[in-house]
Design a protein around this ligand. Structure first.
Ligand code: CMP
Length: 140
């Protein structure tokens, strides 16, 4: 299995509860390495552009409002098959359906305030990483 990269976002519900370190520890314990990280406040335009694929979904407006409601920590994670590994440690989108021990099951508040985002494919990971980071900001 190849070493690949994925984009993670620690969402406003987690930064608000001071869980940045706890989430990052869970990622690291799962075998992922943080090779870039920054704490930012998303603008409405950034959140809408990032979640453009969900524009027609009924939850789009609420999702953008939530993602701009407080700071987020965007991170590039590196590891063996990083997209799949990160999705395993995050757990299902809905924390009620996530496996015990996953970030969302242990820490998330709801399907919207679900503590973390992770890319869902290598193609989207490349697009999402480029959305937030210049190549020289990623140090493996
Ligand atoms: P994320 O992995 O960031 O990708 C899209 C986000 O939309 C998802 O996590 C959830 O936070 C949110 N989301 C997905 N489905 C729903 C839903 N049914 N209701 C509200 N929010 C949702």
């Amino acid at each position: 299995m190849a070493i690949t990269r994925t984009l993670s976002i620690i969402k406003p519900d987690a930064t608000r509860r001071n869980l940045t370190g706890r989430v990052t520890s869970m990622l690291e314990e799962a075998g992922l390495r943080v090779v870039a990280s920054k704490r930012i406040r998303l603008t409405q335009e950034q959140a809408e552009a990032f979640y453009d694929v969900h524009r027609e979904r009924p939850f789009f407006r609420d999702l953008v409002a939530f993602m701009t409601s407080g700071p987020v920590v965007v991170q590039v994670l590196e590891g063996e098959d990083a997209v799949a590994l990160n999705r395993r440690v995050m757990g299902a989108t809905d924390p009620a359906k996530a496996e015990p021990g996953t970030i969302r099951r242990e820490l998330a508040e709801s399907i919207e305030a679900n503590s973390v985002h992770g890319s869902d494919s290598d193609e989207n990971a490349a697009r999402e990483i480029a959305f937030f980071f210049r190549p020289e900001e990623i140090v493996g």
